[in-house]
Design a protein around this ligand. Sequence first.
Ligand SMILES: *Cc1c(COP(=O)(O)O)cnc(C)c1O
Ligand code: SF4
Length: 433
Amino acid sequence: MKYRSYTLSNFRQIPQIEEKLSEEEKFVIEVIGTVLPFKVSNYIVEELIDWDNFEEDPFFILNFPQKGMLAEEHYQKIAPLLKNNTDKATIKKAVDEIRLQLNPNPAGQESNVPELNGVRLNGIQHKYRETMLFFPSQGQTCHAYCTFCFRWPQFALNSFKFAMKEADLMIQYLKAHPEITDVLFTGGDPAVMKTKFFEHYFNAILDADLDHIRTIRIGTKALSYWPYRFTTDDDAEELMKLFRKVTQRGISISVMAHFNHPRAMETEAVKQAIKNLQSAGVQIRSQSPLLKNINDDPELWSKMWREQVNLGIIPYYMFMARNTGAQDYFAVTLEEAWKTYQKAIQKVSGVCRTVRGPSMSCAPGKVQVLGIQKIHGEKVFVLNFLQGRNPDWVGRPFFAKYNPRAIWIDDLEPAFEEDEFFFENANLKLHVV
Ligand SMILES: *Cc1c(COP(=O)(O)O)cnc(C)c1O
Ligand code: SF4
Protein backbone atom coordinates (compact mmCIF):
# COMPACT_ATOMS: atom_id res chain seq x y z
CA MET A 1 0.00 0.00 0.00
CA LYS A 2 1.23 3.49 -0.81
CA TYR A 3 0.80 6.06 1.94
CA ARG A 4 -1.92 8.58 1.50
CA SER A 5 -3.34 10.92 4.10
CA TYR A 6 -6.54 12.88 4.33
CA THR A 7 -7.03 16.09 6.26
CA LEU A 8 -9.64 18.79 6.55
CA SER A 9 -9.03 19.94 2.99
CA ASN A 10 -9.59 16.60 1.22
CA PHE A 11 -11.45 14.23 3.56
CA ARG A 12 -14.55 14.46 1.37
CA GLN A 13 -12.59 12.51 -1.24
CA ILE A 14 -12.67 9.42 0.98
CA PRO A 15 -15.23 7.23 -0.83
CA GLN A 16 -16.68 5.83 2.41
CA ILE A 17 -17.21 9.36 3.77
CA GLU A 18 -18.98 10.40 0.60
CA GLU A 19 -21.13 7.30 0.68
CA LYS A 20 -21.99 6.90 4.37
CA LEU A 21 -22.05 10.34 5.98
CA SER A 22 -24.80 12.91 5.72
CA GLU A 23 -23.96 16.51 4.81
CA GLU A 24 -24.58 17.42 8.44
CA GLU A 25 -22.13 14.81 9.71
CA LYS A 26 -19.49 16.06 7.31
CA PHE A 27 -20.07 19.61 8.50
CA VAL A 28 -19.45 18.53 12.10
CA ILE A 29 -16.09 17.11 11.05
CA GLU A 30 -15.30 20.43 9.40
CA VAL A 31 -16.19 22.52 12.45
CA ILE A 32 -14.30 20.40 14.99
CA GLY A 33 -11.43 19.77 12.55
CA THR A 34 -10.95 23.52 12.19
CA VAL A 35 -9.98 23.73 15.86
CA LEU A 36 -8.41 20.33 16.58
CA PRO A 37 -5.90 18.95 14.07
CA PHE A 38 -7.28 16.21 11.86
CA LYS A 39 -5.47 13.67 9.70
CA VAL A 40 -6.11 10.04 8.80
CA SER A 41 -4.16 7.51 6.73
CA ASN A 42 -5.55 5.31 3.96
CA TYR A 43 -4.57 2.25 6.07
CA ILE A 44 -6.96 3.34 8.82
CA VAL A 45 -9.70 4.10 6.33
CA GLU A 46 -9.32 0.86 4.40
CA GLU A 47 -8.13 -1.72 6.93
CA LEU A 48 -9.19 -0.60 10.41
CA ILE A 49 -12.52 1.23 10.34
CA ASP A 50 -15.65 -0.88 10.06
CA TRP A 51 -17.70 1.46 7.88
CA ASP A 52 -20.90 -0.52 8.35
CA ASN A 53 -20.93 0.66 11.92
CA PHE A 54 -18.78 3.77 11.69
CA GLU A 55 -20.67 5.82 14.29
CA GLU A 56 -19.45 3.50 17.03
CA ASP A 57 -16.25 2.33 15.45
CA PRO A 58 -13.28 2.93 17.78
CA PHE A 59 -10.97 3.90 14.94
CA PHE A 60 -13.48 6.29 13.43
CA ILE A 61 -13.80 8.01 16.81
CA LEU A 62 -10.04 7.92 17.30
CA ASN A 63 -9.29 9.70 14.04
CA PHE A 64 -12.35 11.63 12.89
CA PRO A 65 -13.49 14.63 14.93
CA GLN A 66 -16.73 14.03 16.84
CA LYS A 67 -19.36 16.50 17.96
CA GLY A 68 -18.68 16.17 21.70
CA MET A 69 -14.99 16.94 21.31
CA LEU A 70 -15.61 20.67 21.54
CA ALA A 71 -17.69 22.42 24.18
CA GLU A 72 -21.09 23.50 22.84
CA GLU A 73 -20.20 27.22 23.20
CA HIS A 74 -17.00 26.70 21.20
CA TYR A 75 -18.86 24.73 18.55
CA GLN A 76 -21.45 27.50 18.27
CA LYS A 77 -18.69 30.06 17.78
CA ILE A 78 -17.10 28.28 14.83
CA ALA A 79 -20.11 26.72 13.06
CA PRO A 80 -21.72 30.02 11.94
CA LEU A 81 -18.36 31.36 10.76
CA LEU A 82 -17.94 28.38 8.45
CA LYS A 83 -21.59 28.46 7.32
CA ASN A 84 -21.30 32.13 6.36
CA ASN A 85 -17.97 31.69 4.60
CA THR A 86 -16.36 34.23 6.91
CA ASP A 87 -12.88 35.43 5.98
CA LYS A 88 -9.90 33.32 7.03
CA ALA A 89 -8.43 35.88 9.43
CA THR A 90 -11.63 36.09 11.48
CA ILE A 91 -11.89 32.31 11.66
CA LYS A 92 -8.26 32.00 12.68
CA LYS A 93 -8.69 34.51 15.48
CA ALA A 94 -11.70 32.62 16.87
CA VAL A 95 -9.89 29.29 16.53
CA ASP A 96 -6.76 30.55 18.31
CA GLU A 97 -8.83 31.87 21.20
CA ILE A 98 -10.49 28.49 21.68
CA ARG A 99 -7.24 26.55 21.40
CA LEU A 100 -5.65 28.57 24.16
CA GLN A 101 -8.51 27.55 26.44
CA LEU A 102 -7.82 23.85 25.87
CA ASN A 103 -4.67 23.69 27.99
CA PRO A 104 -2.28 23.40 25.05
CA ASN A 105 0.75 22.71 27.19
CA PRO A 106 -0.11 20.21 29.92
CA ALA A 107 2.21 18.98 32.67
CA GLY A 108 4.51 22.00 32.50
CA GLN A 109 6.57 20.53 29.68
CA GLU A 110 8.66 23.68 29.19
CA SER A 111 10.22 23.07 32.59
CA ASN A 112 11.64 19.79 31.20
CA VAL A 113 13.70 21.63 28.60
CA PRO A 114 17.30 21.63 29.78
CA GLU A 115 20.20 23.98 29.17
CA LEU A 116 23.74 23.29 28.10
CA ASN A 117 26.34 25.99 28.72
CA GLY A 118 23.55 28.51 29.14
CA VAL A 119 21.73 27.58 25.91
CA ARG A 120 18.20 26.15 26.00
CA LEU A 121 17.99 22.86 24.09
CA ASN A 122 14.54 23.17 22.64
CA GLY A 123 14.44 19.67 21.11
CA ILE A 124 15.26 17.88 24.34
CA GLN A 125 13.24 17.16 27.46
CA HIS A 126 14.93 15.71 30.48
CA LYS A 127 12.47 15.10 33.27
CA TYR A 128 13.37 11.67 34.64
CA ARG A 129 17.00 11.07 35.51
CA GLU A 130 17.71 8.02 33.34
CA THR A 131 15.76 8.98 30.24
CA MET A 132 16.27 11.87 27.83
CA LEU A 133 13.56 12.67 25.31
CA PHE A 134 14.72 13.81 21.89
CA PHE A 135 12.36 15.51 19.42
CA PRO A 136 13.97 15.20 15.97
CA SER A 137 12.62 18.02 13.83
CA GLN A 138 11.89 15.64 10.92
CA GLY A 139 9.62 13.54 13.16
CA GLN A 140 7.21 16.11 14.53
CA THR A 141 4.13 15.04 12.64
CA CYS A 142 2.27 11.68 12.61
CA HIS A 143 0.85 9.34 9.98
CA ALA A 144 -2.56 10.15 11.45
CA TYR A 145 -3.71 12.26 14.39
CA CYS A 146 -5.45 10.89 17.45
CA THR A 147 -8.43 12.95 18.49
CA PHE A 148 -7.36 12.67 22.16
CA CYS A 149 -3.73 13.66 21.62
CA PHE A 150 -1.97 15.93 24.07
CA ARG A 151 0.67 16.78 21.47
CA TRP A 152 -1.89 18.62 19.36
CA PRO A 153 -0.24 22.01 19.87
CA GLN A 154 2.80 20.53 18.10
CA PHE A 155 0.67 20.37 14.98
CA ALA A 156 -1.61 23.33 15.52
CA LEU A 157 0.22 26.06 17.45
CA ASN A 158 3.64 27.23 16.36
CA SER A 159 4.54 28.72 19.71
CA PHE A 160 4.42 25.32 21.43
CA LYS A 161 6.82 23.40 19.20
CA PHE A 162 9.63 21.32 20.65
CA ALA A 163 12.16 20.18 18.03
CA MET A 164 15.79 20.16 16.99
CA LYS A 165 17.95 18.62 14.30
CA GLU A 166 21.44 19.07 15.72
CA ALA A 167 22.75 15.61 16.53
CA ASP A 168 25.97 17.09 17.92
CA LEU A 169 24.11 19.12 20.57
CA MET A 170 22.29 15.97 21.65
CA ILE A 171 25.62 14.14 21.93
CA GLN A 172 27.18 16.98 23.93
CA TYR A 173 24.24 16.87 26.31
CA LEU A 174 24.53 13.08 26.69
CA LYS A 175 28.27 13.42 27.39
CA ALA A 176 27.53 15.91 30.14
CA HIS A 177 24.95 13.54 31.66
CA PRO A 178 26.37 10.11 32.39
CA GLU A 179 23.27 9.32 34.45
CA ILE A 180 21.24 8.99 31.22
CA THR A 181 20.82 5.38 30.03
CA ASP A 182 17.93 5.83 27.60
CA VAL A 183 17.46 8.14 24.65
CA LEU A 184 13.81 8.23 23.72
CA PHE A 185 13.02 9.51 20.22
CA THR A 186 9.58 11.07 20.30
CA GLY A 187 7.36 13.56 18.51
CA GLY A 188 4.91 13.66 16.85
CA ASP A 189 6.02 10.30 15.58
CA PRO A 190 9.71 9.80 14.74
CA ALA A 191 8.75 6.90 12.45
CA VAL A 192 7.52 9.42 9.88
CA MET A 193 11.24 10.24 9.34
CA LYS A 194 13.06 8.88 6.34
CA THR A 195 15.63 6.24 7.20
CA LYS A 196 18.46 8.66 6.33
CA PHE A 197 17.49 10.82 9.32
CA PHE A 198 17.37 7.80 11.62
CA GLU A 199 20.86 6.98 10.32
CA HIS A 200 22.04 10.52 11.04
CA TYR A 201 20.96 10.41 14.69
CA PHE A 202 21.66 6.75 15.47
CA ASN A 203 25.11 6.83 13.89
CA ALA A 204 25.93 9.92 15.93
CA ILE A 205 25.07 7.96 19.07
CA LEU A 206 27.07 4.92 17.94
CA ASP A 207 30.07 7.04 16.90
CA ALA A 208 30.12 8.86 20.24
CA ASP A 209 30.68 5.47 21.88
CA LEU A 210 29.03 6.42 25.16
CA ASP A 211 29.13 3.53 27.60
CA HIS A 212 26.21 4.83 29.61
CA ILE A 213 23.69 4.73 26.72
CA ARG A 214 22.07 1.29 26.92
CA THR A 215 18.76 1.74 25.15
CA ILE A 216 17.38 3.75 22.28
CA ARG A 217 13.63 3.98 22.43
CA ILE A 218 11.30 5.04 19.65
CA GLY A 219 7.88 6.27 20.71
CA THR A 220 5.71 5.56 17.71
CA LYS A 221 2.21 4.83 16.60
CA ALA A 222 3.29 3.60 13.16
CA LEU A 223 2.38 -0.02 13.99
CA SER A 224 -1.21 1.17 14.42
CA TYR A 225 -1.39 3.89 11.77
CA TRP A 226 1.12 2.88 9.10
CA PRO A 227 2.73 -0.56 9.66
CA TYR A 228 4.07 -0.45 6.11
CA ARG A 229 6.78 1.84 7.51
CA PHE A 230 8.48 -1.39 8.64
CA THR A 231 7.56 -3.59 5.67
CA THR A 232 7.08 -2.20 2.16
CA ASP A 233 7.97 1.52 2.34
CA ASP A 234 10.86 2.41 0.00
CA ASP A 235 13.40 2.68 2.79
CA ALA A 236 11.92 0.11 5.20
CA GLU A 237 14.64 -2.43 4.51
CA GLU A 238 17.39 0.12 5.23
CA LEU A 239 15.64 0.98 8.48
CA MET A 240 15.65 -2.69 9.55
CA LYS A 241 19.34 -2.89 8.64
CA LEU A 242 20.08 0.14 10.78
CA PHE A 243 18.15 -1.31 13.73
CA ARG A 244 20.05 -4.57 13.39
CA LYS A 245 23.37 -2.71 13.34
CA VAL A 246 22.51 -0.84 16.54
CA THR A 247 21.29 -3.91 18.40
CA GLN A 248 24.34 -5.89 17.31
CA ARG A 249 26.52 -3.17 18.75
CA GLY A 250 24.94 -3.96 22.14
CA ILE A 251 22.53 -1.02 22.40
CA SER A 252 19.00 -2.28 22.77
CA ILE A 253 16.20 -0.73 20.76
CA SER A 254 12.74 -0.59 22.21
CA VAL A 255 9.78 0.48 20.12
CA MET A 256 7.28 2.03 22.51
CA ALA A 257 4.22 1.10 20.49
CA HIS A 258 0.84 2.65 20.91
CA PHE A 259 -2.15 0.33 20.53
CA ASN A 260 -5.53 1.60 21.70
CA HIS A 261 -7.59 -1.38 20.63
CA PRO A 262 -6.94 -5.11 20.01
CA ARG A 263 -8.16 -4.81 16.43
CA ALA A 264 -5.09 -2.71 15.59
CA MET A 265 -2.99 -5.87 16.03
CA GLU A 266 -5.02 -8.07 13.69
CA THR A 267 -4.08 -7.02 10.16
CA GLU A 268 -1.52 -8.90 8.07
CA ALA A 269 0.45 -5.67 7.69
CA VAL A 270 0.91 -5.11 11.41
CA LYS A 271 1.81 -8.75 12.03
CA GLN A 272 4.50 -8.58 9.36
CA ALA A 273 5.80 -5.28 10.74
CA ILE A 274 6.10 -6.78 14.24
CA LYS A 275 8.01 -9.75 12.82
CA ASN A 276 10.39 -7.52 10.88
CA LEU A 277 11.18 -5.42 13.92
CA GLN A 278 11.75 -8.49 16.05
CA SER A 279 14.04 -10.01 13.42
CA ALA A 280 16.13 -6.85 13.63
CA GLY A 281 16.53 -7.45 17.37
CA VAL A 282 14.04 -4.78 18.39
CA GLN A 283 11.90 -5.19 21.51
CA ILE A 284 8.35 -3.88 21.38
CA ARG A 285 6.51 -2.52 24.39
CA SER A 286 2.97 -1.24 24.31
CA GLN A 287 1.18 1.62 25.98
CA SER A 288 -2.18 3.30 25.63
CA PRO A 289 -4.47 5.68 27.42
CA LEU A 290 -7.78 4.46 28.76
CA LEU A 291 -10.41 6.28 26.72
CA LYS A 292 -14.16 6.52 27.07
CA ASN A 293 -15.88 5.69 23.76
CA ILE A 294 -12.81 3.72 22.59
CA ASN A 295 -11.52 1.18 25.10
CA ASP A 296 -13.17 1.66 28.51
CA ASP A 297 -13.84 -2.03 28.97
CA PRO A 298 -11.75 -4.44 31.08
CA GLU A 299 -12.39 -7.39 28.71
CA LEU A 300 -10.92 -5.42 25.86
CA TRP A 301 -7.75 -4.67 27.83
CA SER A 302 -7.17 -8.23 28.99
CA LYS A 303 -7.69 -9.39 25.40
CA MET A 304 -5.26 -6.76 24.16
CA TRP A 305 -2.54 -7.70 26.68
CA ARG A 306 -2.90 -11.42 25.96
CA GLU A 307 -2.61 -10.87 22.23
CA GLN A 308 0.37 -8.61 22.71
CA VAL A 309 2.21 -11.24 24.72
CA ASN A 310 1.42 -13.81 22.03
CA LEU A 311 2.97 -11.49 19.46
CA GLY A 312 6.06 -11.04 21.63
CA ILE A 313 5.10 -7.53 22.76
CA ILE A 314 5.55 -6.49 26.39
CA PRO A 315 2.52 -4.67 27.92
CA TYR A 316 3.96 -1.55 29.54
CA TYR A 317 1.68 1.35 30.55
CA MET A 318 -2.03 2.12 30.86
CA PHE A 319 -2.45 5.91 31.00
CA MET A 320 -5.18 8.29 32.07
CA ALA A 321 -6.37 10.62 29.29
CA ARG A 322 -4.39 13.84 29.65
CA ASN A 323 -5.98 17.07 30.76
CA THR A 324 -5.84 18.76 27.38
CA GLY A 325 -7.74 19.10 24.12
CA ALA A 326 -10.89 16.97 24.05
CA GLN A 327 -10.34 15.47 27.51
CA ASP A 328 -14.01 15.76 28.49
CA TYR A 329 -15.01 13.51 25.63
CA PHE A 330 -12.55 10.76 26.60
CA ALA A 331 -12.08 11.08 30.35
CA VAL A 332 -13.02 8.35 32.78
CA THR A 333 -12.77 8.99 36.51
CA LEU A 334 -9.77 7.79 38.50
CA GLU A 335 -12.09 5.37 40.26
CA GLU A 336 -13.43 3.89 36.99
CA ALA A 337 -9.92 3.67 35.60
CA TRP A 338 -8.61 1.82 38.61
CA LYS A 339 -11.56 -0.60 38.50
CA THR A 340 -10.98 -1.22 34.81
CA TYR A 341 -7.29 -1.90 35.35
CA GLN A 342 -7.99 -4.15 38.31
CA LYS A 343 -10.65 -6.20 36.53
CA ALA A 344 -8.45 -6.54 33.46
CA ILE A 345 -5.28 -7.53 35.30
CA GLN A 346 -7.15 -10.17 37.32
CA LYS A 347 -8.05 -11.96 34.11
CA VAL A 348 -4.55 -12.42 32.74
CA SER A 349 -1.61 -14.46 33.84
CA GLY A 350 1.62 -13.09 35.23
CA VAL A 351 3.27 -12.77 31.82
CA CYS A 352 0.81 -9.98 30.99
CA ARG A 353 1.13 -8.25 34.34
CA THR A 354 4.12 -6.22 33.29
CA VAL A 355 1.65 -3.43 32.54
CA ARG A 356 1.42 -0.62 35.08
CA GLY A 357 -1.38 1.84 35.55
CA PRO A 358 -3.64 3.61 35.47
CA SER A 359 -1.05 6.38 35.43
CA MET A 360 -1.25 10.15 35.13
CA SER A 361 1.63 11.94 33.42
CA CYS A 362 1.64 15.17 35.36
CA ALA A 363 4.14 17.84 36.36
CA PRO A 364 5.69 15.97 39.33
CA GLY A 365 5.86 12.59 37.58
CA LYS A 366 3.91 9.55 36.56
CA VAL A 367 1.36 8.92 39.28
CA GLN A 368 -0.35 5.54 39.47
CA VAL A 369 -3.71 4.94 41.10
CA LEU A 370 -2.96 1.88 43.23
CA GLY A 371 -6.47 1.64 44.58
CA ILE A 372 -9.16 2.88 46.92
CA GLN A 373 -9.01 1.96 50.60
CA LYS A 374 -10.50 2.88 53.93
CA ILE A 375 -7.85 3.77 56.47
CA HIS A 376 -8.97 4.51 60.02
CA GLY A 377 -12.45 5.29 58.74
CA GLU A 378 -11.34 7.64 55.95
CA LYS A 379 -11.87 6.61 52.33
CA VAL A 380 -8.76 7.45 50.32
CA PHE A 381 -7.03 7.00 47.00
CA VAL A 382 -3.73 5.17 47.34
CA LEU A 383 -1.32 6.63 44.82
CA ASN A 384 2.23 5.84 43.83
CA PHE A 385 4.98 7.49 41.80
CA LEU A 386 6.03 5.27 38.86
CA GLN A 387 8.33 8.07 37.75
CA GLY A 388 9.31 11.22 39.58
CA ARG A 389 10.94 14.48 38.65
CA ASN A 390 12.80 13.76 41.86
CA PRO A 391 13.98 10.12 41.63
CA ASP A 392 13.56 9.73 45.37
CA TRP A 393 9.76 9.96 45.01
CA VAL A 394 9.56 6.77 42.92
CA GLY A 395 7.89 3.88 44.69
CA ARG A 396 6.52 6.10 47.48
CA PRO A 397 2.84 5.49 48.10
CA PHE A 398 0.81 8.50 49.23
CA PHE A 399 -2.82 9.25 49.95
CA ALA A 400 -5.49 11.58 48.63
CA LYS A 401 -9.04 12.15 49.77
CA TYR A 402 -11.48 9.94 47.91
CA ASN A 403 -13.29 11.93 45.25
CA PRO A 404 -15.61 9.98 42.96
CA ARG A 405 -15.56 12.74 40.32
CA ALA A 406 -11.77 13.15 40.13
CA ILE A 407 -10.37 12.63 36.65
CA TRP A 408 -6.89 14.09 37.16
CA ILE A 409 -4.42 14.83 39.93
CA ASP A 410 -5.56 18.49 39.98
CA ASP A 411 -8.88 17.27 41.37
CA LEU A 412 -7.22 15.65 44.39
CA GLU A 413 -6.47 16.89 47.88
CA PRO A 414 -4.24 15.30 50.48
CA ALA A 415 -5.94 12.90 52.90
CA PHE A 416 -5.67 12.86 56.70
CA GLU A 417 -5.80 16.63 57.22
CA GLU A 418 -2.40 17.18 55.59
CA ASP A 419 -1.96 20.68 54.13
CA GLU A 420 -0.23 19.57 50.97
CA PHE A 421 1.19 16.57 49.14
CA PHE A 422 4.79 15.84 50.02
CA PHE A 423 6.00 16.77 46.53
CA GLU A 424 4.29 20.15 46.29
CA ASN A 425 6.50 23.24 46.16
CA ALA A 426 9.43 21.08 45.09
CA ASN A 427 11.88 22.62 42.67
CA LEU A 428 10.76 21.66 39.18
CA LYS A 429 14.03 22.56 37.50
CA LEU A 430 16.50 19.76 38.06
CA HIS A 431 18.65 19.25 35.00
CA VAL A 432 20.71 22.36 34.42
CA VAL A 433 24.41 22.21 33.65
C1 LIG B 1 7.01 8.59 30.37
C2 LIG B 1 8.13 9.48 30.19
C3 LIG B 1 9.43 8.99 30.08
C4 LIG B 1 9.73 7.50 30.10
O1 LIG B 1 9.46 6.96 31.35
P1 LIG B 1 9.64 5.39 31.61
O2 LIG B 1 8.89 5.14 32.86
O3 LIG B 1 11.08 5.15 31.73
O4 LIG B 1 9.05 4.70 30.43
C5 LIG B 1 10.46 9.89 29.97
N1 LIG B 1 10.24 11.23 29.97
C6 LIG B 1 9.00 11.75 30.08
C7 LIG B 1 8.83 13.24 30.09
C8 LIG B 1 7.90 10.90 30.19
O5 LIG B 1 6.68 11.43 30.31
S1 SF4 C 1 0.35 9.32 17.14
FE1 SF4 C 1 0.94 10.03 19.19
S2 SF4 C 1 1.70 12.13 18.89
FE2 SF4 C 1 0.58 11.53 17.03
S3 SF4 C 1 -1.50 12.27 17.34
FE3 SF4 C 1 -1.47 10.17 18.11
S4 SF4 C 1 -0.98 10.29 20.31
FE4 SF4 C 1 -0.49 12.24 19.33
